[in-house]
Design a protein around this ligand. Sequence first.
Ligand code: MOS
Length: 751
Amino acid sequence: MPDPMNPAASGHHVRLGSNSGQPMTRRDGAAKVTGTATYAADNRPEGLVHAVFAGASIARGRVTFLDVAAARAHPGVIEIMTPDNRPPLHVNPDEKFHAFAWRTEALQDDTVRYAGQPIAVVIADTLEAATEGARLLAPLYASDPARIGFDQGTRYDPPAVGIGAEADFAKGDLAAGLSAAAQVTETRITTPLQYHNAMEPHAIVAEWTEDRLTLDTPNQAIVMSRNAFAQYFDIPAENVTLRSPYLGGGFGSKAIIVGPQLLAILAARMVQRPVKLVLRRDQMFGPVQHRGATQQVVRLGMEATGRLTALDHHATASTSSFDDFIEPAANASHNLYASPSIRTRHTGVRIDTGTPGSMRAPGEASGSAALECAMDEAAEALGLDPLEFRLRNYAETDPASGKRFSAKALRDCYAQAAARFGWADRPLAPGQMRDEDGLLVGWGMGTCLFPAPMFPARARAVLRADGTAVVETAGADMGQGAWTALAQIAADGVGLPIDKVVFHSGSSDQPDGGVAGGSAHTASAGGALHAAGGDAIRQLAEIAAADPDSPLFGTGNTGVTARDGRLYRSDDDSRSDSYSDIMVRAGLTELTGTGSGARDPANEERRAMFSHGAVFAEVKIDPELFQIRVTRMVGAFAAGRIINPHLATSQLTGGMIWGLSFALHEEGVHDLRTGRAMNADLAGYHVPVNADAPSVEAILVDETDPYVNALGIKGVGEIGITGTVGAIANAVWHATGKRVSSFPIHIDALM
Ligand code: MOS
């Protein structure tokens, strides 16, 4: 039996109860669709006032004048915060003071570094008055030319990419690999700026009570962010309560602190009233991160047999003029295809945008787009079926580290998705298929890969004498279903049916649930919840074993199992005792267990840990108008133990639809003269609607991963976008014979 105190150390797969594995619907679904779920902006504390920030309309230069007097004269306006009167911050917002902090907009001075940058905040009795006040500021600028295109930016060698990843990597002898190759292909791909557009824009309600701060704001890393806010204001962390029970999407942009949140807290301090600040949709295009644009070159060297001899991936990615977040796109080539030589490099380009950041599968999304297009082109050069080519380069061990995989059921993913899709009927040459309406039909595929990290997480489980339990962790439900999947794991941890378990989550007053990012939330917070339950059960078993009135008296070494509110002797199922009886006899009203999510460091040392998948896509293209439709996508994914197949499927299909969005729709367009975003709304910034994604299927492939963590859980949140972009581009080639060189794929590229 695994040690419940340290299940990860056992190397065994922990058994879960019957709550896990059920396709439960979202437990918070009814509250959300009936409008009773309180999102951050729904909070209206007594005395609430409204803040609106004015955004710069130039992309570079200085603010020379703000008509503060005109704004102040507005009858509803209470206060105007500018660099001249902004209250002090204990941490310099220009500093990177921890790994997840970026240089933050906090009205530090009159410098403008990108269009849309906050330059002043107007606080008023009503949203309308604050909005009008911000308009009345009518700023004047001394402006410098915007540097927005890649050609206008300054290139540099970044010290790191993503969040602290290495910028360059080399294995083996690339030059030798290339010269030994029978064929070398070179694929060039560009990807655009993509802007975060979660359904719920960033919002905050901030209230000071002396030196206590209460925040309602959507957040993917609740306790970490609470701690950072406390540092900004030099108050003890326990003086800050950050509540984030519901998020209308996060996707990475709500994992960190962004300037507008700080500004609202500063405004609340200034006016000594609770302040609400909600970003307008257009304000999402600037100060709250985005995905940087990339230019990528992938060179592949192959033997005539199709085996890779060299893989060279160079990604140039945009960042801001004042901070470094380089989309780690080339790193997508580290862990997927076996090649004796691999080199990946990154170059940064400073342009006048806000700083990019994590956006669903940062790096893997754009990097796998280039890699999968390159693999398709190489397969064509060899005259091989694209799936066969990938199988010939199947990595039995991690190409970058040489480690064995903790588990890798990618062959099953290929086989199941290909069979379901009907891939075997695909003609090798492009332009061979037409549908009954005469549309060009193409089929393409891509491989999906995403790492399986874990974040430190803690949880508490309280058994109550009435046979129920309260379990807690400061987790974040961004819509992915954490409230449901985590509660399922927690209920199994305490051996109770889920309706006997009260699950508390979404507040910094709970134990740190870690980060709902990196597709690591279920593994991290779930592991902690399960361990906390195990700790409570262990204590309960000790009490029963020592109680002469318990049927479990003296069970010492034989151990017990917990299910449905009873402890059973492991060696004699007829001897059991209920939690309630044990606690009542012991005079306990409740019993508390604690636990943390853990991965055995020895496993981390020895094994490479990834979720895998494969996506097959069908496109239909009008032969005259070149309008592209993705008519069918089938993906199959192996991600360890699936806690809730319904929610996991929804995450995976959601990821695939974002892949479709990347391939055909999303693009932040800036005016090269002014540097302003030209499509800063959901009419101009295109994302797919249902009609754009008529058939999307995700198959869950069985995979037991005994090493990734005690519960064998990997992530499903981000992997769906990887592979899909390339699959669609490859299908477009298969329909038309035209190779894609830039995303999103525009009609004119096919003419
Ligand atoms: Mo995600 S981009 O790790 O929140």
